[in-house]
Ligand binder design. Structure first.
Ligand code: SF4
Length: 315
């Protein structure tokens, strides 16, 4: 019938979207604004999502790159990705009020790196150069104590001081499969390499990747909702493609949907990175619903019930 909409099944990955660390970081900024009044400064994007950042800006947050851009009499929040030790130290020297929104699972990696360093190990950090979390982890120890490794090839080129005394830690938002390959290469070259007590790639990253893997093969297209700066969101696109989705792409929100990518599709998948609000998912579904006759099925691989306590200053 003319005007009839084409049928389309939407598989909605679960878990998706906000993780406990992102939820906590956003609450910290909101509560700091409530407690101290605007403006509250935030060093770096609190979480890597454009919509979250602009909503907080409207509430009175001011985002800066470095601490010296913050007036000494205003409070400052450090982002969920973690900061080098020198940053809180500089804030203390300036007698500033600061709240650290570093995700407890990133802090766990910092503590691990410090523990291994104290025990005389040389640390290998598996991660992406320049990502704020990597900058923060590298900054937990003196220069040269940690070597960043990004690829299996980097493992081959790594020249440790003592091959018997190496420990590795990882960024929390990496591809589980890529990281397993790098760890395997490390273990092959250095069989005694010390590993983290518990996986550094966090539960939220792992669960979102598992959910995408579970639906990818059935999908003609997978839309991953998230910002270009979001590491875990970008990994979801790669995971979807590798797990058999015919196509996958990162979109900021409904306005970024490339409708031509959905031509002839009968099933599409939708997920969202750990810093993307659920309202964006709803927006994408409703935009698709305007053009297609949709049926939405949630594909859940696990339930999450992680909650992190707020820092005392804003609890
Ligand atoms: Fe914490 Fe993981 Fe969320 Fe990062 S993605 S903020 S490590 S829970």
């Amino acid at each position: 019938m003319p005007g009839e909409k084409q049928k389309l099944t939407i598989l909605l990955a679960a878990p998706r979207g906000f993780c406990a660390g992102v939820d906590r970081a956003i609450q910290i900024v909101e509560r700091a604004i409530h407690k101290f009044g605007a403006p509250v400064y935030v060093r770096h994007e609190i979480v890597h999502n454009t919509h979250v950042v602009s909503r907080l800006e409207k509430l009175g947050a001011v985002f800066v790159d470095e601490l010296d851009e913050v007036p000494g009499d205003r409070p400052v929040v450090f982002s969920a990705h973690g900061v080098p030790k020198s940053v809180p130290q500089a804030a203390r020297e300036r007698e500033m009020i600061y709240v650290d929104a570093t995700c407890p699972l990133v802090s766990k990696v910092h503590i691990e790196a410090q523990r291994h360093h104290k025990a005389g190990f040389e640390i290998v950090l598996i991660g992406h150069a320049g990502h704020p979390e990597v900058v923060g982890t590298l900054g937990q120890l003196p220069d040269g104590a940690i070597t960043l490794i990004e690829t299996v090839e980097d493992v081959a080129g790594f020249k440790p001081r003592d091959p018997e005394k190496i420990a590795f830690v990882t960024q929390t938002t990496l591809s589980v499969d890529d990281t397993a390959e790098i760890v395997e290469a490390l273990r092959t070259r250095f069989p005694s390499v010390a590993a983290p007590h518990k996986e550094d790639i966090c539960y939220a990253t792992t669960n979102r990747q598992d959910a995408v893997k579970a639906m990818a093969e059935s999908c003609d297209m997978v839309w991953v909702i998230g910002s270009e700066t979001s590491s875990n969101s970008k990994r979801l696109v790669e995971v979807a493609e590798r797990a058999g989705a015919r196509n996958a792409a990162l979109i900021e929100d409904a306005s970024a949907i490339d409708w031509s990518a959905m031509e002839n599709a009968t099933t599409i998948g939708i997920t969202a990175g750990a810093s993307a609000p659920e309202s964006l998912v709803e927006g994408v579904i409703s935009a698709i619903g305007e053009r297609y006759d949709i049926s939405v099925e949630e594909l859940r691989v696990t339930h999450e019930d992680v909650i992190f306590k707020l820092p005392r200053l804003v609890a």
